[in-house]
Design a protein around this ligand. Sequence first.
Ligand SMILES: Cc1cc2nc3c(=O)[nH]c(=O)nc-3n(C[C@H](O)[C@H](O)[C@H](O)COP(=O)(O)OP(=O)(O)OC[C@H]3O[C@@H](n4cnc5c(N)ncnc54)[C@H](O)[C@@H]3O)c2cc1C
Length: 478
Amino acid sequence: MGLKNPEWYRESLRDGRVTYIAGESVPDITQNEWFSTVIDVCAEDYNYTDPATRDLRVYETEDGTEAHRIFKIPTSVDDLEKRIAMSSVTGIATGVTAVLMALYNIKDQVAKVNGQYAENIERIYKYCRDNDMRADQCITDAKGDRSRHPKDQDDPDLYMRIIDRQKDGIVVRGAKLHITGASLVHEQTVMPTKAMGPGEEEWSLSFSIPTNAPGVKIINRAYAKPGLSEMDYPLSSHHNAPEGFVVFDDVFVPWDRVFLAGEYQLAGVLAHSLGLWERVGGLIGMVKRSRLLVGTAQLLCEMNGIHKASHIQEKISDLVFYAEMLRMSLEYAVKNYKVTETGMVYPDPLAVNVGKFYGASNWHGMVQKLHDMSGALVLTLPTEADYRNEELTKTLNKYLHTKNDVVVEDRMRVYNLIRDLTADSFGGWELVTTLAAGGGLAAQRIVTMREYDLEGAKQQAREAAGIGGGAHKGGRRA
Ligand SMILES: Cc1cc2nc3c(=O)[nH]c(=O)nc-3n(C[C@H](O)[C@H](O)[C@H](O)COP(=O)(O)OP(=O)(O)OC[C@H]3O[C@@H](n4cnc5c(N)ncnc54)[C@H](O)[C@@H]3O)c2cc1C
């Protein structure tokens, strides 16, 4: 019980979990180089002794114990702000554990349909919170033919389903795709991918199961190879987030770990409980990255002597507009927070979805501007190994020179940052992730149109047009 430490976290991963990466089975991820960087980052979240991060990481629970803040349901704007600040010092295994907070917050809604499920949510939440454990968000199903319902697919397992109900529990089969940090957490927490309807009881399913449960198998995919040079890959050599293709091959789930097994009317409640927080996370990431884009562009253009050119200033100001719109969306969302019936304080969903949509749909365009300002060295710059080769150092210093106050190695580092962030393996991952993670653009459009005051806007139009008695007054423009 209580807060653990980095050593405990590392040891806890050696539990016989079945994982694969790059075509090979990995019997112990703590001994595998593909996982070494990310495990270091995730273990750091268990460092509760550093005064710089302790207040952000630790909170006092209602039971008077200490726990990691990821479990804290925000009940004040201070909680909300701390949660956002915490996310910038948090590794992926902890970040995804927000799933348990989101589930705990809807337990009263779940209790209206099935009290046992609500009790199970509360028990698993407290078990993980009080033992400082981590859980992932197994939501996205394989989905097969997107135009068909789960029951109409060629293979019924394309959406995860219950294949057997037994006295002590259920047996489930299916796969959850793209699951961030799946191999790095203690619990695989499964939620329905979408709302379900009558006839879809088999697929209306939610539960949590230990990662090493028999039948759970995780195929990992990571964007950064092990042992990358820090100079060539300034970002992806320091952090890496493997996504897991999590297969559930006839996994037994005891009843006390089941949150939903057939009551289709709850599937949507569970599926949507996390969406807002996912997008808040996406928006926080984009706020950070957009500022980095501005700084990187300005730095490189100054190094290359083009920062005073009018077309460059225009492009950099476009990046600034982008970064500021995102920052203001996030700030507005927090300042204009909302409160649920259960007392949870959450950021304004309209601002979050508008910000996330705007950021995701314009990221590619911003990257294009950066590439246009940078030129081909983004791709063709010789590597650190070339630069350190004594036969080449002098030549590279000569031909990569721009002006006396620019150190060639620094200029190379800026180009490497641009390539790593936008044009290499991690950069490609970012391009797709910005769009897909937390749901694609269509998902944000749906929430935005649901939240937007369309009736109010129509009323404004009616008044401006002089319809229904609201005459257009004094020639003022609407
Ligand atoms: C890096 C990364 C990390 C992720 N982490 C997680 C995670 O931890 N947990 C998790 O559960 N998921 C995770 N995801 C998955 C993410 O939530 C999904 O990618 C997203 O919901 C889109 O689903 P999809 O990839 O299956 O694409 P699809 O659903 O196939 O969408 C592709 C396109 O098809 C459209 N489309 C789909 N269905 C229909 C339909 N019926 N009618 C009309 N149009 C349709 C979509 O709008 C979109 O334009 C992650 C994704 C990425 C890239």
